[in-house]
Design a protein around this ligand. Sequence first.
Ligand code: ADP
Ligand code: MG
Length: 672
Amino acid sequence: MNPYPKRKIRIETTKKTYSARYVEILEKWKKLPVWVHKEEFLKTLKENQIVLLVGETGSGKTTQIPQFVLEAKWLVGCTQPRRVAAMSVSRRVAEEMDVEIGEEVGYTVRFEDCTSSKTVLKYLTDGMLLREAMADPLLGRYKVIVLDEAHERTLATYLLFGLLKQTLVRRPDLKLVVMSATLEADKFHKYFTGVPLIKVPGRLHPVEILYTREPQRDYLEAAISTVIQIHMCEPPGDVLVFLTGEEEIEDACRRITRNLGDHVNVLPLYSTLSPAMQQKIFEPTPDQVRKVVVSTNIAETSLTIDGIVYVVDPGFSKQKLYHPDTRVESLLVSPISQASADQSAGRAGRTRPGKCFRLYAEKSFNELEKQTYAEILRSNLANTVLNLKRLGVENLLRFDLMDSPAPETLARALDDLYHLQALDDECNLTKTGEMMSEFPLDPQMAKMLIVSPQFNCSNEILSISAMLSVPNCFIRPRGEAQKAADEAKSSFAHIYGDHLTLLNVFHAFLQNNQDPDWCYENFINYRKMKSAVSVREQLVRIMLRFQIKLCSPDFNSKDYYVNIRKALLSGYFMQVAHLERTGHYLTFRDKDDQVVHLHPSNCLDHKAEWVIYNEYVFTTRNFIRTVTYIRGEWLVDVAPHYYKLANFPNSEAKRVLQRHFKKRRLSEERSC
Ligand code: ADP
Ligand code: MG
C-alpha cells in the first residue's frame, strides 16, 4: 500500500490515466493566486514553526495550502469554523486529488466522521480539533495544523490559538499555519509575535456598490424584488443573495422561482442542507439560465461560488448573543458589520466587474460596527470553561486569549457549572464534570443524560437528546399544504409538551422502519431523522464507555412520563418559567426574571403553571421554544441545591414554591 495520495503519484509518473474531469479541474486550479506563492510559502514554513497567511477569499487558501504540505504518513489537519465548509471543501479536494472522499482526504464534523486509516488530509471543524486536543493534548497524529478562517474569530479557533501555542513548545516538529481572509493583521501579529506573514494578493475586479435611498421595512421582500429586477434589467451573470436562515431562504427560493420560472436556477445554501444539494451550487447552469444562490453568510468567506456577478445584501445575519445579566444566549437576526458587508460585496467581483445591491441606505452603512465582535464576547462560556478545565487550564483568566471575555460572563459560566455539579467548591472539575466534558453537547444536556438512570429512563432521554441535537424535524410548507402539515404534527403532539412530542416522533419513525415515504406523508424531515438515529447511536457509545445504565420505565406505569420530565428537569432546572396570575410567563432564576412567551410551535394543550424550556428565541418578542410542563414541587426534589430560594427575587413563583416547601416540611415532620 502506498500512502501517497494518487495525485502525487500521477503527477510524478504518467499522466495517461487522468480522468477528463481531473484534467479540467487541474487547469483551473493551477490558476489560483496561491500557486504563485507556493515556493515562498513552503520555504517559510520550513524555516519557521508558525506562518500566517492572508489572502483574498477565493484565492485558493483552503483547498490548496493543505495540499502543498502533504507528505506520506503525515497527517495534515485543516480546521473550518463551519461544518458545511469542512464537508464541501474536503469533497472538492478529494476530487482535485482524484481520490474517494473518506480515504486519503476526509472530514470530521460533530456526529460525523468520514476518515479512515489512509487519511493524510483531514478537514475538520475547529470544535472537533478542540475535542481531539482534549483526548490527546499533544495532537500526536498531526504534523501540520492549518487554522483556517481565523478572521471569523470563533470561540473554538481562539481556544486552539491558546492551546497550540503551548503544544508547539512541546512538539518542535509540529507546524502551524494560520490563514485568514481580511485579517486584522496588527492584532494577529501582536498575538503571534515575530511570526512571518505571507500575503496573497487577490485578483478582484471592481464592484459597484448601490444603496437604497430609504431604509427598507421588510428586507425579505426587498431582497426578492431586487433579484427580479436584476434578472429583468441586468446583463447575464449569476446572483448571490444573503439571507439569515433556513426558513427564510427556502421561502425566498420558492417565491423567486414562482416569479421567474425556468429562466433562473434558484439554489438554497445553509448549514443543514444535504451534501448533494450543497454540491449543486457549484455546478454551472446552461447558457441563458441565470443561477441565483440564496445563502446564509456561509458564502461570505467560507465557500466561494465562481461566476457570481451580482450580490444582494440585506445587511442582516443571525448572530449569537449572550447577556450575562439574564444568562440568555440566543441567535438573533442582527445588523452585520462593515467588514462583513465589504466581504460580501467582494463576492461579486471574482470573475469580472460586478454590482452589490445593499438594501439599506448609505447612512445606515456608516452606522454599522466596523468589525463583528469575536464570538468569545458573545457566548455563554459554560461549555468552554468545562473544556478548558478538562484540558487542565487552571487559571482561566491567565489563559492566553486574543480577546478576553467579560469577567461577569466568566463568573456566570463558573456559576452554572457549579450548579450543574460539574465543579466543586474549589472550582475543580468533579467526576460528573469530567464525564460531562466527554459529551459533545451542552453541559445541561450532558448532565441530564448522566443522571437519567436515576429516573430509570436513559433510553428515552437519549432519544430526546438526539432529537434536540438535530433541530426542526417538522416540515411546514407555506400555502395550501400548511394545514395538512399542522394536522400531521398534531398527531404526534403530547399534551405535556414538546420534548415528549419529539420522543413520539422518534418512536414512530422507528416503528415505521425508518421509511422515507412515511416521513413524506407525515411532513417529517427524513434526513434529520436519520441523523437523529445516528446521533443517538454515538451518544449510546459514550454512555456505555462510562457504564451508564440504559433503561426505560414501564410504559404502562402512570409514572412513565413523570420520570422522563423529572430527568429533563435534572439537566435544565435553570431554564424554568412560571405562569403569573397576569397571564404571562416569567423565567424563574436566581437573581432575576424575564417576561417570556410560549413559542407558537408549542404542543401544550393548556398554559401550564410551570414549564421548562430548551431555548430562548428573540424575534418580535421573547419566546421560549421546546417547552414541557413540569410540576413546581419537583424543582425541590430534583435540584434542591439550586432552589434554596434565598437568592431568588421576590415573585409569585417564589411564594408558590415557598408554600410547596412548607407543605413538604410539615408532611415530613408528621411522618417522623
Ligand atoms: P479561499 O480559501 O482562499 O477562499 P478556496 O480554496 O476555498 O479559496 O477556493 C478556491 C477555488 O475552489 C474557488 O474558485 C472555488 O470556487 C473552488 N471550489 C471550492 N470548493 C468547490 C467545490 N465544492 N466545487 C467546485 N469548486 C469549488
Ligand atoms: Mg477558505
